[in-house]
Design a protein around this ligand. Sequence first.
Ligand SMILES: C[S@@+](CC[C@H](N)C(=O)[O-])C[C@H]1O[C@@H](n2cnc3c(N)ncnc32)[C@H](O)[C@@H]1O
Length: 393
Amino acid sequence: MARRRASDHPCLVVCPPGLEDLVADELVALGARPERTTRGGVSVGLTTRRLYAANLFLRCATRVLVRVDRFTVRSFADLERRIAAVDWSPWLGADVAPRFRVTTRHSKLWHDGAVAERFAAAFPEVDGADEDADGHRPLVVVRGVDDRFTVSVDASGAPLHERGWRQATAKAPLRESVAAGLLASAGWDPTTPLVDPMCGSGTIAIEAALRSAGVPAAADRHLALWDWPTYEPGTWASVAADAARLRDAAPVPDGSGPPRIVAADRDAGAVEAARANAERAGVADRIEFRVAPVAELRPPEPDPSGGATTGAASGPGLVATNPPWGGRVGGGDLRNLYATLGRVAAERCPGWGIGVLVADRALARQVRPGLGERLHLELGGRSAHWLVGRLPT
Ligand SMILES: C[S@@+](CC[C@H](N)C(=O)[O-])C[C@H]1O[C@@H](n2cnc3c(N)ncnc32)[C@H](O)[C@@H]1O
């Protein structure tokens, strides 16, 4: 196979289904031109620099796959020949044994395990090669549809939604990438306040605080592409320098004003988990934690300094929340809970935006009639709707 130019990586950016358009927007913001969206993925050609930047900055993505080869095969003999011809050298060192994740559909070679075995056989067992010194093992993703196979290497390593802070978990936590998608699609401006009155483990508030602090999505974590033989440390350093500049430009709370992000929950254990998570994420000083029922929802305290030093804007903010759905977080009178949310939000946060993540759209009408669907997601095998509107002034 001809060696690929470093400036030309055909990629698939994988994301939670429903976030494709937001990922495409994020790629455009990095200067890339997305080609096509499919359910759970965006195809895009990336230069090496943009490939690195995508892994560092994309907030809504799960991983970035780089296509290594594509071929049509209908027999194992042909598959073995095609595997033998793949040039793995840009991505895999000589002593590395990757993992293979295979899925096939409508293909003569339908046995995923048998296909994976053929790939694995191309990598003679090397003692201790399963993982590198830090426990990382490269991932190769093989997908066969209608006998056409696409072979990709994973550039990301651990999923990109793992920002590294989650340990303490309350019930039914959202993925960090989903929280990022909720905020982006609601048009939340990180200089304005945000309240999550049913914060659970704090995912929405922590993602908001990380954004307001200018912390890139994959800060302080290992990326699979760092282990590639073709890894360019100079290019990475330049992308990391961009990230540092953004972080330096973000306003730092100086303690003189109250935080502009509120994470509240009636469950003290959930609030403790949220606080511990925020501390690990390095943003606890940007969030006010409250143990309170939704009936006590209030916006953040006004900043006596006018927010000049904290960078806080006075403008209306966003109430963004993921209430219990019944099935996932049980009990109580959900209609009443949703109605209370709508009533107190309208009373205490006039003119603010409101976003509610629900499984049941009828329940959302209790919050406010006329909320519009911004995202249709699939969470834990269930359909979920992110409904957004504006509270009257
Ligand atoms: C689905 S969970 C939120 C999960 C959260 N988004 C996360 O990522 O961890 C719903 C939360 O609503 C809280 N909750 C339920 N009823 C409440 C009420 N009346 N007032 C405040 N919080 C409530 C529960 O304690 C639970 O933590």
